[in-house]
Ligand binder design. Sequence first.
Ligand code: SF4
Ligand code: SF4
Length: 123
Amino acid sequence: MQENNQGSRHRVFCNYCPGFCCYRLPGSILFVTAIDINRIARHFNITDGEVRKKYIEGRNTFKVKADGSCVFLVDGKLSKRCSIHMASPQQCKDFPYDHPCPYLFREDLLAVISPKVEASYLL
Ligand code: SF4
Ligand code: SF4
């Protein structure tokens, strides 16, 4: 239970995060399953094959942009956001699995988010 509460608390940081979990950072990999591909195909009303051709790299991960971000990551008001949120892969929906986000334990990444969180307290 405590772990779940902690996980929820850490999810607050998502609002101020550039979406590090949507970048291909060293040691991270996004697995896109056949079920995920079919969900995205229905979302765009195209075939599974077209999804693979347009968005999949190798056999089971999304292509990324030059900065390493997922092809579906776009700029939002506060932070970047997923443009296929409702149809995103199961791994994206589940991460960080009711655990504190592992990216928040990295000093360099936390340093990007913390000033935004602190500024929000002043609003
Ligand atoms: S990296 Fe962590 S804090 Fe940032 S959006 Fe993803 S789950 Fe949220
Ligand atoms: S599909 Fe959406 S949530 Fe998943 S990595 Fe790409 S932008 Fe992030």
